[in-house]
Design a protein around this ligand. Structure first.
Ligand SMILES: Cc1cc2nc3c(=O)[nH]c(=O)nc-3n(C[C@H](O)[C@H](O)[C@H](O)COP(=O)(O)O)c2cc1C
Length: 381
């Protein structure tokens, strides 16, 4: 009850982020909040969204607003879904299942990460037909094949393969926090647990989070390098994508596209879509913000394949900026994660409600009654 009242006071995603920060140990908060190196790309992502101006138009009856969006033939109640996030239960216990259930209730897609702390089978069930699967191609072909076969058997019909992790990102906060896999208890970790009793108790109750899809494989790993080899490969090439296209009969999207020529190649390989993404600024500090990369990509492949975008979405208006610049659909990562960090399942709902409320208000102010009608004409420049 107290939690609910507190959550009502959160006016923005940034407010939820601060609430989460206050009740999560530093090493776990930084794991989600942080970005690559000096975090320039992380900061630029949301700043660049803010810089896209839209011009309000008035004297239009906006008493009925329609926020639905169609993507790959399916109509969703909102124009965004939950991006794949690995190990999210370390941020707040049971985060994966809370968000999968939330997406099912709201009729939006939930993308289950290969590296989730809950198995892909459990997440498919919790999301009730709204789950997509995100694949990390492993250095070990048998591991990749195992995941694809399991995703097919669990009923997933859409797979997102992540292209932007040829190597793990260098995240300075994680290095400073001495975050290691397998996890080590350091004096700082013990202090963090003592200062955040709610997080510690909930974590004890739900059990130590791990990377559930690979739990058996990782049990025997003794170094981070070994864990990484299982999860990702520096050898994921266009040829490997072509093979994956042949292997996967469902819809295939490639996530992490920032260059128009890469987008064109994805279309040539018959992928159904791309996600313009820089992994939420977690891979490199020097890259472009996604909303700046989007227009050239949309010009190259818009209308030919589905275009989604993520990285930096913090406001309802960002969904309109993305659509105006050529994205059919968006994904939010940290925005919903901060909500869960601030208040568990109810906090996740609060985050979604904030984005929805902001979206409806922004549409009304723009004098556009339906999200589907948003196009370049709303851009100020
Ligand atoms: C803690 C964390 C873990 C992530 N894990 C994955 C993952 O397992 N697979 C993946 O494709 N992307 C992963 N991402 C990237 C997200 O899918 C998404 O691209 C990013 O969060 C979008 O940026 P935003 O957080 O600013 O919305 C992760 C992001 C965060 C913050």
């Amino acid at each position: 009850m107290v939690d609910l009242m507190r959550l009502d006071r959160a006016a923005s995603i940034d407010d939820l982020r601060l609430m989460a920060k206050r009740r999560i140990p530093r090493f776990a908060f930084d794991l989600v909040d942080g970005g690559a190196e000096n975090e320039r790309n992380l900061r630029r992502n949301s700043e660049a969204f803010e810089e896209v101006e839209l011009t309000p138009r008035y004297m239009v009856d906006v008493s009925e607003i329609d926020t639905r969006a169609k993507f790959f033939g399916k109509t969703y109640d909102l124009p965004f879904g939950m991006a794949p996030i690995g190990m999210l239960n370390a941020f707040w216990p049971n985060a994966d299942l809370s968000l999968a259930r939330l997406c099912a209730r709201q009729n939006i897609p939930y993308v289950a990460s290969s590296a989730a702390s809950t198995t892909l089978e459990e997440l498919a069930e919790a999301a009730e037909g709204n789950a997509w699967f995100q694949l990390y191609v492993s250095s070990d072909d048998a591991v990749t094949e195992g995941l694809i076969a399991r995703a097919g058997a669990a009923g997933y019909d859409t797979m997102i393969v992540t292209a932007d992790v040829p190597a793990a990102g260098k995240r300075d906060r994680d290095i400073r926090n001495q975050l290691a896999v397998p996890f080590r208890i350091t004096p700082e970790v013990l202090l963090g647990l003592a200062l955040n009793p709610r997080w510690s108790l909930e974590t004890l109750r739900h059990g130590k989070p791990n990377i559930a899809n690979y739990a058996d494989l990782l049990q025997s790993a003794t170094s981070y390098a070994e864990v990484q080899k299982t999860l990702i490969t520096p050898g994921f090439t266009w040829e490997a994508l072509r093979k994956l296209r042949d292997r996967w009969g469902g819809k295939l999207l490639v996530k992490g596209i920032l260059h128009p020529e890469d987008a064109i190649k994805c279309a040539e390989l018959q992928c159904e879509g791309i996600v313009v993404s820089n992994h939420g600024g977690r891979q490199v500090a020097f890259g472009p913000p996604t909303i700046e990369a989007l227009p050239r990509i949309a010009q190259a492949v818009g209308g030919k394949i589905g275009i989604a975008i993520d990285s930096g979405i913090r406001r309802g208006a960002d969904l309109l900026r993305a659509k105006a610049l050529g994205a059919d659909f968006s994904f939010a990562g940290r925005a919903l994660a901060y909500g869960v960090g601030a208040g568990g399942a109810a906090g996740g709902k609060r985050a979604l409600d904030i984005l929805q409320l902001e979206l409806v208000r922004a549409l009304g102010q723009l004098g556009v009654t339906s999200f589907a009608e948003i196009g370049p004409s709303v851009l100020s420049r």
